[in-house]
Design a protein around this ligand. Structure first.
Ligand code: ZN
Ligand code: MN
Length: 130
């Protein structure tokens, strides 16, 4: 992939956070550095980076698409209260891809795992309201 200043800025912004931001958030951050960049350019470069394996796009069940500067497989927790996505520091289950291949005859390239529930802050808020 040809180098581009815009794409490098997008990647830098995305890798500077662990918040799994939306394209709009990335756009606002990159604009501080490149004020004339367009949202369409940000979207296009996010797609290129994803296709190139440099970033992940999180499954878009529900709300906004979110992006992750860490392209290696790791697990996430999505809070059903506030919508935030957290990295889960847990080793990736090994051998499961092969097991599924044996069972199904399919070719597995990778797996994704996302836990759902309420984050600590949402749990605390809930307790205060009750
Ligand atoms: Zn929450
Ligand atoms: Mn992540």
């Amino acid at each position: 992939m040809r180098k581009s200043r815009q794409r490098e800025a997008i990647l830098r912004v995305l890798r500077s956070t662990r918040s799994h931001p939306t394209a709009e958030w990335i756009y606002e951050e990159v604009r501080r550095e490149i004020p004339n960049i367009s949202l369409g350019t940000v979207y296009r470069n996010l797609r290129l980076l994803k296709e190139h394996g440099d970033i992940l796009e999180l499954e878009q069940a529900g709300t906004f698409r979110r992006f992750d500067g860490n392209a290696s497989n790791h697990y996430h927790f999505r809070c059903e209260g506030c919508g935030r996505v957290f990295d889960i520091d847990e080793p990736v289950v090994s051998g499961i891809d092969e097991r599924i291949e044996k069972k199904t005859g399919f070719r597995v390239s990778h797996h994704r795992l996302e836990f759902r529930g309420l984050c600590r802050e949402c749990l605390t808020d809930g307790r205060e309201k009750n």
